[in-house]
Design a protein around this ligand. Sequence first.
Ligand code: PAF
Length: 283
Amino acid sequence: MIKIIEKIDELRKTLKEYRKNNKTIGFVPTMGYLHEGHASLIKRSSNENDITVVSIFVNPIQFGPNEDLDKYPRDLERDKKVAVENGANIIFHPKVSEMYPEKLYTFVNVENLDKELCGAKREGHFQGVATVVTKLFNIVNPDRAYFGKKDAQQLAIIKKMVKDLNFDIEIIGCEIVREEDGLAKSSRNSYLNQEEREAATILKKTLDKIREMIDNKETNVKKIIDMAVENIEKEPLAKIDYVEIVDLYTLEKVEEIKNDILVAMAVYIGKTRLIDNFDYKFN
Ligand code: PAF
């Protein structure tokens, strides 16, 4: 039977018992509305740990004033089913008042890695993510924590934060899970109508074209980005937020492809902002 816990104290007490019995704890932080991408993280955690905790918390401090906090999709009953089916033992589902009982004076900033990509477009977003993940890590105190590679910048930021602040937690990045036509799974896909859903395949199709150019030894980033922009602009429902090629580790923009890189994009399909990426390694 899966336990649904809303209170921090109760979660701590429960996990203390498991730890006393030398059980390992895997942690999958989420904002709910679980899809197959989350399912793959939960499954991996339950294969690699004795106990898996899934947190479901739509974190208000990572949403900007014009973002989709209020309409962010929620469905606890369905989430429960996905969590159980994939081997989770505990869902931590705190209220906002439990996580933020008073005005927060302490924030976690991971500098530099938040300058490009989504960080440049969503001011304060990664501060909100790093802060809530720190709080969740301190509450759950897991052995391993699982994050999807779809949020590549988030994963890089969490890894650096864990290193810089000496969290004794192994961070595991898991591959992007896709629909049959290539669209990366995302809770936000549920906002798309049928026409938009079809248009949304432009992200993966463009990423594939970029990969092909790099495979064919194109190293000039401007040429690649120009091709990508032209390709996306052919789709009338798509509006580019950014298409960037950055160093895979520093997340700084590059002009020429020489070392390992991350190719990432954010594109509005109608009103819905979708992200996708791939990394390209040379050895
Ligand atoms: O990736 C997400 O769903 C969120 O950013 C996270 C890591 C759960 C923090 O709120």
